[in-house]
Design a protein around this ligand. Structure first.
Ligand code: SF4
Length: 262
């Protein structure tokens, strides 16, 4: 790192539980910390509320990245092709690039919320030589139970969407499980409809693309009861049987987009 400029300390909030817990954990340890949130323009209302709550708790501004250039802007730039797990232009344009722009050429320490019980995860590490990633939870041996405790003891608690969804990120994220799509329908029918409109648009162009594997959202919705029954059956030994318990037991964010969901 360059010696000319002071080192900036950056912590990105995704709207997920781990980055929130890390922000709480580090608040008094690194008073000069700068916080940021890369808003995709397609966030759940619960996520935006949670970030506002965190801002109040931290007593510091959380810089919102991507102002005016959300998902719709990049969708057009990508020829209106929706992102997929194999073509994840959304993460690059809405999360990674804005972060690097925010950093610029300043020497930066980036605090990453990977836990000690996630031995195989490395997270996004920029190739920019001025960014150094560090992992306080890993270094301090903090595991999932510690993260839940940090959130509960702070009074912040778990983000509300965990009642029906296992991760933060865009409302239409293609990493969602089918039960989470049903959760989106039940909690935010307007957003479910908007997600469906993206699929309809593709279909009208003769493109074969569905957000979820093997079926369009309208087909999935027709199987709503079946999906819910299957979920209950698989998790029948877990009480109470709702998604938050399953998520916190299984840690549903092991796959997918680390930079969006942590
Ligand atoms: S949350 Fe999902 S859809 Fe949104 S940017 Fe991340 S990977 Fe893409």
């Amino acid at each position: 790192m360059s010696d000319d400029k002071p080192v900036r300390h950056l912590l990105g909030l995704s709207g997920g539980k781990d980055s929130a817990a890390l922000a709480i954990y580090m608040r008094d340890k690194v008073p000069e910390m700068e916080y940021f949130f890369a808003d995709t323009g397609a966030e759940l209302p619960e996520t935006l509320e949670f970030v506002d709550l965190m801002e109040d708790y931290l007593g510091k501004k959380i810089t919102r990245l991507n102002a005016g250039r959300g998902f719709d802007y990049y969708l057009k730039l990508n020829g209106n092709f929706l992102p997929t797990a194999r073509s994840r232009w959304c993460t690059i344009n809405l999360k990674l690039k804005p972060f690097e722009e925010f950093v610029g050429n300043d020497p930066v320490i980036s605090y990453v919320a990977i836990r000690a019980d996630e031995p195989y995860r490395t997270g996004y590490i920029s190739t920019k030589p001025n960014i150094k990633a560090i992992y306080p939870f890993k270094e301090d041996g903090k595991v999932k139970d510690d993260i839940i405790k940090i959130l509960e003891e702070s009074g912040i608690g778990i983000p509300k969407y965990y009642d029906w969804r296992s991760r933060s990120g865009c409302y239409f994220c293609f990493y969602q499980r089918k039960i989470e799509w049903i959760g989106l329908y039940e909690n935010h029918p307007d957003l479910f409809e908007k997600a469906k409109e993206f699929e309809d648009y593709h279909r009208n162009l003769g493109r074969n693309h569905s957000w979820s594997q093997d079926e369009y959202l309208e087909e999935m919705l027709a199987r709503k009861d079946e999906i819910k029954e299957k979920f209950q059956l698989i998790n029948q030994n877990k009480k109470p049987k709702n998604l938050v318990d399953v998520v916190l037991d299984e840690d549903g964010d092991d796959d997918g987009c680390l930079v969006c969901f942590k």
